[in-house]
Design a protein around this ligand. Structure first.
Ligand code: NOJ
Length: 562
């Protein structure tokens, strides 16, 4: 297997709006990020990925870009960015930016021009269609509710927006659009950034003729993913992008690709495909606790499904492509509340989830606050929420649809994206030390207990555990390159696996539940127990205890080198 720096790296995702506010306007900013680089260097991460920092009217908090070559006013200036980049590099770290090119903001000059007239030279930068029988051109549903089409009275046509109506989709079939995107990417790479995380990059190509979604729901719309996700054309575009831009730099690329199978991922991220380094797959976060009704149809997750999904990704990509490893990001509720425990076992559960994830094969991504065990939030009122997805849904289902408020609040508590977007908890002082002003979204009230200052001062904290975990990766190639094998596949409570590289064999044992569990080492590994050495664990382990069999406490994890 080829060695690569981005396989050995640990990435830290910053959601700049909620990370650190340097000027008291209640919104995080670039100087805020710069001021916390020493903290990130101490944590030991290698790469920072910043969610979008470009100029934006913030309908979707930066995922609606109005100028790709300018910094969002609230975040600072290009000088601030240049200094941030320089300071990141001075600490031996790398900086990856979000690339949002499936769509722009409706305030992007391309779209402003495009909507002016059917003859505009920019018309074909977006996807415009006449209506069909007095309705939208097809039945596609937008991710942020109802039709993916918006009627524009000025020219009497509809434009496509897979996300909010303020996020019109770019027309990637137009070579001029691709050209403009490649120029812009080159401009940033020449500035010295170290890669891109590519927003919904598997949706850039749309099927010829824009056919209807196969099923239409009661409201007249349906999920048209088969007509815009993972189409063969997408691979043509990415290969073109790779040839024109990516291949010229030693960078890291990760595509956000909801709805990919391992077969798709092998195409996007196959070592010989010349597209991307890796993709974010979502089976473990989209499927595990979602019922047939989708994301908001919340159901309990099962360890069996977790094993099936994670093992499939580990096995199917082995030696052909490379996994990204994540539980958290700015779109997901906090994994600790979701798959772990945010009550009495918060600390061991956070460490266990981290151990489980970082010991798999792939590049681990830490989302801000994960390293201190931040949890979901339960705001009392809908007015406390800020996310366009939540607010649109509330409008449609509760206000217009008359559905039960309490039911929807519970769903938002479980799945809402704002769970991940409350301000980073730096200290026990006012607003968690995030801002001296009024935060744009309220701080999670548990900041007095859960914060960076407290975590740094405690030797057995979640934060110190993450530091150790990251160090292990640097010191032992088996953590990066070892082959994954699931063991005890039938166990109801324990998720255990081995990693093997040459003579090295590591055993990773995780109890995913609050109930104690009994671990028994499989027969074929018993020959190795004499040399067993404990590498990391989230509880005190007596050194005389046998590896052949032991009792795991609530959420206990252990990693042995056998
Ligand atoms: C995925 C991003 O992660 C999410 O935050 C955003 O709303 C959509 N793509 C649209 O850009």
């Amino acid at each position: 297997m080829q060695r690569k720096w981005w396989k050995e790296a640990v990435v830290y995702q910053v959601y700049p709006r909620s990370f650190m506010d340097s000027n008291g306007d209640g919104i995080g900013d670039l100087n805020g990020v710069t001021s916390r680089l020493d903290y990130l260097a101490e944590l030991g991460v290698d790469v920072l990925w910043l969610s979008p920092i470009y100029r934006s009217p913030n309908d979707d908090f930066g995922y609606d870009v109005s100028d790709y070559r300018a910094i969002m006013d609230e975040f600072g200036t290009m000088e601030d960015f240049d200094r941030l980049l320089q300071e990141v590099h001075a600490r031996g770290m790398k900086l990856v930016l979000d690339l949002v090119v499936n769509h722009t903001s409706d305030e992007h000059p391309w779209f402003v021009e495009s909507r002016k007239s059917k003859d505009s030279p920019y018309r074909d930068y977006y996807i415009w269609r006449p209506g069909r029988d007095g309705r939208e051109p097809n039945n596609w549903r937008s991710v942020f509710t109802r039709s993916a089409w918006e009627f524009d009275a000025d020219t009497g046509e509809y434009f496509l927006h897979l996300f909010s109506k303020r996020q019109p989709d770019l027309n990637w079939h137009n070579p001029e659009v691709r050209e403009r995107v490649y120029e812009m990417m080159t401009w940033w790479l020449d500035k010295g950034i170290d890669g891109f995380r590519m927003d919904v990059i598997n949706a850039i190509a749309k099927a010829e003729g824009l056919p209807d979604a196969p099923h239409t729901d009661a409201d007249g719309y349906g999920w048209g993913g088969v007509h815009f996700l993972n189409l063969p054309k997408t691979h043509d575009y990415l290969q073109e992008m790779n040839k024109r831009v990516l291949s010229k730099y030693d960078i890291m690329t990760v595509g956000e690709t909801g709805g990919v199978t391992t077969a798709d991922a092998r195409l996007f991220a196959g070592a010989d495909r010349h597209e991307l380094n890796m993709v974010f797959q979502f089976e473990h976060v989209d499927l595990l606790d979602s019922g047939p009704g989708g994301k908001w149809d919340v159901k309990p997750w099962s360890l069996e499904d977790m094993k099936t999904i994670m093992s499939r990704w580990q096995n199917d990509l082995y030696d052909v492509a490379w996994n990204s490893l994540f539980f958290n990001n700015h779109d997901q509720p906090r994994a600790l509340s979701r798959f772990g425990n945010d009550g009495p076992y918060r600390v061991p559960a956070a460490k266990m989830l981290a151990t489980f994830l970082h010991l798999l094969q792939g590049t681990p991504f830490i989302y801000q606050g994960e390293e201190i065990g931040m949890t979901n939030v339960r705001f009392a009122q809908i007015d406390d929420y800020r996310d366009v997805e939540i607010l649109n849904l509330w409008q449609e289902r509760v206000i217009e649809g008359g559905e039960d408020q309490e039911l929807w609040m519970q769903r938002i508590y479980a799945k809402g994206r704002d769970n991940a977007r409350t301000p980073m908890q730096w200290s026990a002082s006012e607003n968690a030390g995030f801002t001296t002003g009024t935060p744009w979204i309220a701080v999670n009230p548990n900041y007095e207990e859960i914060n960076v200052e407290a975590e740094r001062s405690r030797p057995d904290s979640i934060y110190q555990y993450y530091r150790k975990l990251i160090r292990l990766r640097k010191e032992h190639p088996v953590v990066v390159y070892g082959k994954y094998d699931l063991i005890l596949s039938e166990h109801q409570q324990i998720y255990a696996y081995t990693r093997t590289l040459g003579d090295a064999c590591w055993l990773v044992v995780n109890n995913f539940f609050a109930e104690p569990a009994e671990f028994v080492l499989p027969e074929d590994l018993r020959g190795r127990v004499d040399a067993a050495q404990l590498m990391i664990a989230n509880y005190f382990v007596d050194s005389t205890e046998s590896v052949r069999q032991f009792a795991l406490r609530p959420y206990e994890c252990r990693v042995y080198s056998l």
